[in-house]
Design a protein around this ligand. Structure first.
Ligand code: ADP
Length: 384
């Protein structure tokens, strides 16, 4: 009798487990069905082994049509190549997929922007079995974002003409072309002139941002000595370096060959990093620039012993319009767009940018790029 009771108890437990599993599966199915996101699983070969039915709402294909395909079969050729290169890097290290934006093609031919998140599936023996994750349709957000960027581009473009006339006429008045000015008049006019120059800088930065975001900028590499480009920028900065009594040290690697880079883009990178280092270092501080070869890369290292970036704000350094609190009090002129712009440039030319900073101790920015240089990119607009 005891054995019978024990067996019955076990059976009851099994039934309860089964019931729970069914409820939990049903719960998952209901959530998955009502969601506009679709959940998927791919095997180690990259083929879908499971997708929820909501894929039909997003891409027009039935789940049975998607199974056996790879994510790249749902993209056009160019996008498939771009995403597969990015995906390869993630898979090699078995990293989670985080907010990977990609463009798929709906069954009716329209473009669908997806944001993919996923986790690697690792077997009990540690073997790699594939990925499972969620795809979110972000087409609408993407279009709104694009419209906003296009608006900024149009508005800043339109603002350029009146700003240049203000510049032009202020310069003429200051030069005395319309008669001698007294000290007070000259003082006011200088305020107008410098205020206008700041506005020109801001408008140009906004145009650069929109060109980077719309992807309309071009990359035209030429074989150059990048140390020579750095020297031109240092020369431009010399008055500010002198005025603040800053000790400037430069170290160039004599082994560094000429590299194919876009002169304007490379100059912007030097300008931003070096002018920031000078701007955010108090008088009598130290700024250094090192350019050297490291294996198949070249490195640009800009260090200062200045104000630094507060630790709590360091994760926002490369975001649009970021200016740290310790700087906002001291310098009212910046736009907070410089680092965002050069990070986009560096990312676009197969490079990497990073930094280390300690409050009131100093900051070091590091740019790494392949010695093979920048790849050519067709575009309609120049940055600058
Ligand atoms: P801007 O200099 O016009 O404010 P950036 O995008 O070039 O814009 O820089 C963003 C912010 O990052 C700066 O406002 C400053 O707070 C911080 N920052 C950048 N470089 C340095 C540096 N070398 N030392 C300290 N803070 C820096």
């Amino acid at each position: 009798t005891d054995q019978q009771v024990a067996v019955l108890n076990i059976l009851e437990d099994v039934e309860e487990e089964k019931r729970r599993a069914i409820v939990s599966e049903k719960r998952f199915e209901d959530i998955a069905k009502s969601s506009s996101d679709w959940i998927w699983e791919i095997d180690a070969q990259g083929q879908y082994t499971y997708v929820t039915d909501s894929v039909e709402k997003v891409l027009g294909y039935k789940s049975s049509e998607v199974i056996g395909k790879t994510p790249f079969d749902l993209m056009d050729e160019k996008e498939a190549q771009r995403v597969s290169e990015e995906f390869k890097k993630i898979v090699q290290k078995k990293l989670p997929i985080k907010d990977l934006v990609n463009l798929s093609i709906h069954k009716d031919g329209s473009k669908i922007y997806l944001q993919t998140n996923g986790m690697p599936i690792i077997g009990k023996d540690g073997s790699f079995l594939g990925y499972r994750g969620v795809d979110k349709d972000i087409t609408r957000e993407y279009q709104i974002d694009k419209a906003k960027t296009e608006f900024v581009s149009l508005a800043s473009h339109q603002l350029r003409t009146p700003l240049s006339s203000i510049n032009w006429y202020a310069e003429m008045l200051l030069a005395g072309d319309a008669g001698e000015l007294n000290r007070e008049q000259k003082g006011y006019l200088e305020e107008i002139y410098f205020g206008n120059q700041r506005m020109v800088k801001l408008v140009n930065a906004l145009l650069n941002v929109s060109r980077l975001e719309l992807g309309t900028f071009m990359v035209r590499p030429k074989l150059v000595n990048i140390c020579y480009l750095a020297d031109i920028v240092i020369k431009e900065l010399q008055p500010r370096i002198k005025a603040r009594n800053i000790k400037f040290i430069k170290k160039y690697d004599s082994q560094l060959p000429k590299i194919r880079v876009d002169v304007e883009l490379m100059t912007m990178i030097f300008q931003n990093l070096l002018s920031n280092a000078v701007k955010y270092t108090p008088a009598r501080g130290k700024v250094s620039l090192i350019i050297k070869k490291k294996n198949r890369k070249f490195i640009i290292k800009v260090s200062d012993n200045g104000y630094g970036i507060p630790r709590s704000q360091q994760d926002r350094v490369f975001s649009k319009l970021f200016r740290a609190d310790n700087i906002k009090e001291k310098d009212t002129e910046g736009t907070g767009l410089g680092l965002y712009i050069i990070k986009s440039i560096v990312d676009n030319v197969q490079g990497k940018i990073s930094f280390k900073s300690k409050l009131n101790k100093g900051t070091t920015f590091l740019v790494e790029m392949p010695l093979s240089g920048m790849k050519k990119k067709a575009g309609t607009k120049k940055l600058g």
